[in-house]
Design a protein around this ligand. Structure first.
Ligand SMILES: [Fe+2]
Length: 294
């Protein structure tokens, strides 16, 4: 049992060979606002936080790091000491990112860089008035070579809870709050991003987002369909760097103390509890996304 407890996913920091294209996509298509540019690195906000997306120049298109806010019950020093006591290599960094005075950096068993912090500065920009403008960055899905080790790590070290699986050893869903999943971890022979997902307001917002994606030449590649695990209605498209982006609404709400999901008319089991699912789509829609491009 860990005293280190992540409360929410705050940002994804991407290495990009196409910084201008990615920034243009996040500003004009996704409706994010630039809060800061420093040393060629762009910091973009959804609304509340100084940054929710970071675009860092690089020689590859890949996740550089993921940022999570802790539950603020421990100082960063205490988090560092606890991680060390578990044999986790970590370091405390001061002012490593704008808006974050202190963070602890570590890696998961597949080498994903994790940045944990208690506080991040607020954005002054608010929600944008054009573009898709999601409610928030909702979850990250990645392929992991050390699948079970990674799943155990997020539960045992960072306080995530298991909420569902697709197949016994294929895809695990984990949460750190009331959202059905904040992470999903797909068993693979490669370690890489599977997709990144943003929450929309409702089905009307999803329809409008698909029109905007078409207008900006980022057409939907799969969906809309309602997933089984999480029951979110989802569409997927590619960003300019070829990452798969999910836009979703209607995700299940988890009640962690009770180990059940809030009832919904589309739940076939009541009460619905974490379980193993055998398919991706509850609407029977054929999954047509070209996974070879991920
Ligand atoms: Fe997803």
């Amino acid at each position: 049992m860990s005293n280190v407890k992540v409360s929410r996913l705050v940002y994804a920091d991407f290495h990009s060979t196409n910084v201008d294209g990615m920034v243009d996509y996040y500003v004009n298509v996704m409706g994010y606002s630039i809060t800061e540019e420093k040393d060629g690195i762009f910091y973009l906000s959804n609304c509340l936080d100084h940054h929710n997306i970071v675009i860092t120049p690089g020689d590859e298109n890949a996740i550089k790091s993921l940022g999570y806010q802790l539950n603020r019950k421990q100082t960063i020093e205490e988090v560092y000491v606890e991680l060390q006591s578990k044999g986790i290599v970590a370091k405390v960094l001061k002012n490593a990112k704008p808006g974050i005075a202190e963070l602890v950096e570590l890696q998961d068993p597949d080498g994903i860089v994790i940045e944990l912090f208690n506080d991040i500065a607020l954005s002054k920009n608010g929600y944008s008035s054009s573009g898709i403008v999601p409610l928030k960055l909702g979850h990250i899905a990645f392929c992991a070579i050390n699948h079970q080790e990674v799943v155990d790590f997020y539960q045992d070290v960072l306080g995530f809870q298991f909420t569902d699986k697709i197949g016994e050893n294929f895809c695990n869903f984990l949460t750190c709050n009331m959202d059905h999943h904040v992470l999903n971890i797909v068993a693979s022979d490669q370690s890489k991003l599977h997709h990144i997902a943003f929450q929309l307001k409702d089905a009307g917002h999803q329809n409008a987002s698909s029109d905007l994606l078409q207008k900006f030449n980022h057409p939907v590649i799969w969906g809309p369909s309602r997933h089984t695990a999480g029951h979110n209605i989802a569409t997927y498209h590619y960003d300019p760097d070829g990452h798969v982006i999910e836009l979703y609404t209607d995700m299940d709400v988890f009640l962690p103390e009770l180990g059940i999901f809030e009832p919904r008319p589309w739940h076939k089991e009541l009460p619905l509890k974490p379980k193993v699912w055998n398919s991706l789509s509850s609407w029977g829609t054929e999954f047509q996304m070209d996974l070879s491009k991920i």
